[in-house]
Design a protein around this ligand. Sequence first.
Ligand code: GDP
Length: 230
Amino acid sequence: MGDHEAGGGEGLTGSSPAEAAALLEAGRLLFARPVQFLRGIAELDQLPPFGLPEVAFAGRSNVGKSSLINALLGRTSMARTSNTPGRTQEINFFDLAGRLILVDLPGYGFASAPKDKVARWTRLVRGYLKGRPVLRRAVLLVDSRHGLKDSDREMMSHLDAAAVVYQVVLTKVDKIKAADAEAVRAATALEIAKHAAAHPTIILTSSEKGAGIADLRAELATLAQAEPVP
Ligand code: GDP
């Protein structure tokens, strides 16, 4: 299949080659712009006021969420990795060029997490999802080696309940054969087709090798606030 290289455009929703090229360029330009850490919140009353459109990133701990956000931004250290103590239960907000807010949701799926920690996570994340009219889409990260797990299905039910459109992005495709990644994509597509809030396009990514990053930038650029007309 050979789609492990950067570049792409073939996965972009309903677009001709010329449109895909324009979308890729818009994505490249947007993500080349400055990004600023706005705030990290641990309580719902600290949420920033509604403003720019938001895109939230969700996934199991260790799925590669920080790596993906850093790859999108072309940075090595904007989003902290899950191993940073104290930050793992926060929602972090980043302002991209005054056009789009990237929202890094806390990871989930610790098998051994204490009950109160799970309850806190659920209150914070559900509260955010339910009360956020500016939230345009959630990017649901799934490890391409494992496919959807029950904790992802729980996350999907939170997103369905909050009527937030979510798009599955498979991570770490450099770790498996292209044919295996394709099989996981097909199985995932089949399962998410039953969910009204699921976006049909699944993007395969590798933060390590850059695969799919340009496509995801292009997809997210379509959700950003338009550039102000001079
Ligand atoms: P998070 O907990 O979801 O934020 O995950 P991290 O971004 O901290 O990544 C978890 C681990 O997976 C780290 O050891 C990363 O180096 C590794 N990782 C993340 N993305 C990729 C990828 O695209 N390819 C490979 N091979 N490893 C990755």
